[in-house]
Design a protein around this ligand. Structure first.
Ligand SMILES: [Zn+2]
Length: 676
């Protein structure tokens, strides 16, 4: 019997045969794919022929192809639709994959070939992309310990394996805490809630398997945030907020606090073994920021005006609260509620009136329309078997040429990891003939009632555009080597395409065309649209404070001595920067998945801000050239940034697009934190 995971995939677009794949098949398939990868790596290392770019670097690019293919299916499923069996597999795979990666890095014969190529690099007549792939490959080996010997070598392997296990556990604990908590709401608990919040609560109730349609509070952001914004019941808001912020800190088996401490200690040890003072020094060396000091300088530059703005807002919100007869201090569970009332009053924006105009389907169309105008892309819905019934797919083409398959999986459900993300089920590459990507956008929007349109907040629509910006980075990729394809770029550069694309949501003609009422089909009235866009920087002090606080804690954790008690250190960092007491961190330590479930954003949560410096400036390039859809600027954006992935160094890519690197001023202006 052939394993469907390992056989050739004959479904349209080379999609995996999802229906034929059972969870029981992943274990054997991963073993088989690992065996194959090991055999290929051994063949490269033991090749009797002298090292060449083709027989070493290109061969390495190919060696993991089957493993990548199997794992892409697995991680798509475990990320969007987890269950105990899949979580068990994930725990099982983590140390095995870490061991394999270490084995490759520590293969001395293989590394000797890479070093040989590196020494002769100027004589190899490599293309620019090949030279960069060689540099990145060698750098990856060195940074994973290829030059270590003796104890340090063995210890690093142990550390890496343990980190893989802990990161997996952290994410699974968080998912368990999010899944396990729910609170049914009685009739009197619902007073004052607008209809769309009631709908979200009812949909959440169905998801938890409670009595059909019973309104239930869950810890999904798409449920809890609207509840905190709109419930006049201060007691319930407090309960909700405390449950939400306790994720990963509830004691017992799913508590993440000790795991966080162990991860931080092991990362520091890892950095020390590799010759760095701190994990942040190690991590930032290959980012645009380069040093912890550069990151801190940017974050503090933004922090100071943001805190000032938030403190001024806190005074206004406290006065409103007193007006309700509530005394005492404004609490974190009060902020969103009074901020929403203030927004309604000052900008005359009622979310309940606004929301029917922001339909998910139309916002997807809006994103497609922007991509069509900027890059000439066309999107045609296709009916193909996908990983979940919620998911939908579109064939993406340009001038009749297939560019990508785009998959959107938009609704929150139990078993789906929280947040929103973009991944490539298959990355673009041209090494052995052109391979076009399969790109996935995953969000956690509230599911609509049966037969109704899914409605978004303006923030949700922004998330949709953000992830679609990442998708464009994948879909427009045009490189030879998969290792530098699409979003395989420096972490503090990767948010540039995504955050830049958010700017098109704020282009008035886009909302004017695509914001239409779910029931009447009428376009959003012009004055409502004007008020919505004018409120763009509303509550930006709060948003900036909650984000920068998380970024500063992340930076401290990884640049200073690792804390034995991360919660205490977190409190110390917040005290030192003067965190406003009525604002919580966007992600506190026990549920800070960005930095603890893997290496990705560790000492890298600042990346959004670093990229924002560039996205503010990059969008200005369009405006200066003649408008948001200026064709030549879009062409240059694709040519210099979106198509080259990691094949070009980020500074060179950005400078190629814009001529020079930007300063911080456009970012502060964009956030309304300095006078325009
Ligand atoms: Zn992003």
């Amino acid at each position: 019997m052939t394993d469907p995971l390992l056989a050739e995939w004959t479904a349209p677009y080379g999609l995996p045969p999802f229906a034929a794949i059972g969870d029981g098949q992943f274990g054997p398939a991963v073993e088989a794919a690992l065996a194959r990868a090991r055999a290929e790596v051994a063949a490269i290392a033991d090749d009797a022929a002298p090292a060449s770019f083709a027989n070493t670097i290109e061969a390495l690019e190919r060696s993991d192809e089957m493993l990548d293919r199997v794992l892409a299916v697995f991680y798509t499923l475990v990320g969007t639709d987890s269950n105990p069996a899949r979580e068990g597999l994930q725990r099982d795979f983590a140390p095995k994959l870490s061991a394999y990666a270490t084995e490759v890095t520590m293969n001395t014969a293989l590394f000797a070939r890479i070093e040989d190529l590196w020494a002769r690099r100027d004589a190899l007549e490599l293309s620019d992309e090949q030279a960069r792939v060689l540099m990145l490959t060698r750098r990856g080996f060195v940074r994973r310990g290829a030059q270590l010997e003796g104890f340090a070598r063995d210890r690093l392997a142990e550390v890496m394996s343990r980190l893989a296990v802990l990161g997996t556990q952290f994410g699974q604990n968080l998912l368990a805490d999010e899944r396990d908590w729910s609170m049914p709401l009685g009739e009197t608990d619902l007073e004052g809630l607008p209809g769309f919040v009631l709908e979200a609560l009812r949909a959440a109730g169905e998801g938890t398997g409670t009595e059909r349609g019973a309104p239930t509070l869950t810890l999904s952001r798409s449920v809890i945030v609207p509840f905190l914004q709109f419930s006049p019941r201060r007691d319930l808001r407090e309960t909700a907020w405390r449950a939400w912020t306790a994720r990963g800190a509830n004691g017992g088996e799913t508590d993440n606090r000790d795991i966080a401490a162990e991860i931080l200690a092991l990362r520091a040890e890892r950095a020390n073994l590799l010759g760095y003072d701190s994990f942040a020094d190690y991590k930032l060396e290959t980012e645009m920021a380069k040093t912890p000091a550069a990151v801190r300088a940017l974050l503090m530059r933004v922090w100071t005006p943001a805190r000032k703005a938030a403190e001024a807002d806190a005074v206004r919100l406290t006065a409103m609260m007193y007006g309700d007869g509530v005394t005492g201090d404004l609490a974190p569970w009060d902020w969103r509620y009074y901020a929403e009332r203030r927004r309604a009053a000052e900008h005359d924006l009622d979310e309940a009136v606004l929301k029917p105009y922001i339909q998910l389907d139309r916002m997807v169309e809006a994103a497609f329309a922007c991509a069509a105008r900027l890059f000439g892309l066309s999107f045609a819905p296709v009916d193909v078997p996908l990983h979940h019934p919620d998911a939908r797919a579109w064939d993406v083409s340009r001038d009749g040429r297939h560019m990508a398959l785009f998959v959107g999986d938009y609704f929150a459900r139990p078993g789906k990891r929280s947040g929103a993300w973009c991944s490539a089920m298959r990355a673009q590459r041209n090494l052995d003939g052109e391979v076009r990507p399969i790109v996935l956008n995953v969000c956690n929007f509230a599911r609509p009632p049966e037969g109704a349109s899914a409605l978004l907040s303006y923030d949700d629509a922004r998330t949709l555009f953000h992830e679609f910006g990442h998708a464009l980075h994948q879909m427009l990729s045009d490189v030879t080597y998969g290792s530098v394809s699409g979003t395989s770029v420096a972490r503090d550069f990767v948010e540039l395409p995504s955050q830049l694309f958010e700017h098109w949501l704020d282009v008035p003609e886009i909302m004017a065309e695509f914001a239409t009422h779910a029931e009447t089909g009428a376009p959003m009235p012009r004055d409502m649209l004007d008020r919505l866009l004018a409120a763009g920087t509303y509550d930006m002090g709060f948003q900036t404070v909650e984000y920068v606080a998380s970024a500063l804690v992340d930076l401290d954790f990884h640049s200073e001595e690792p804390p034995a008690d991360p919660m205490r250190r977190q409190a110390e960092v917040l005290a030192a920067i003067g965190m406003p007491p009525a604002i919580g961190m966007r992600h506190a330590t026990p549920h800070f998945a960005h930095i603890f479930t893997g290496d990705g954003y560790s000492s890298g949560y600042y990346s959004y801000m670093w990229s924002e410096v560039m996205d503010a400036d990059a969008f200005a390039a369009f405006e200066e050239a003649g408008g948001p859809f200026h064709a030549e600027t879009a062409r240059r954006l694709e040519e210099q940034i979106l198509s080259v992935g990691g094949a070009v160094a980020p500074e060179a890519a950005y400078t190629g697009f814009r001529g020079q690197m930007p300063g911080v001023a456009p970012l502060l202006k964009g956030r309304g934190l300095i006078e325009a």
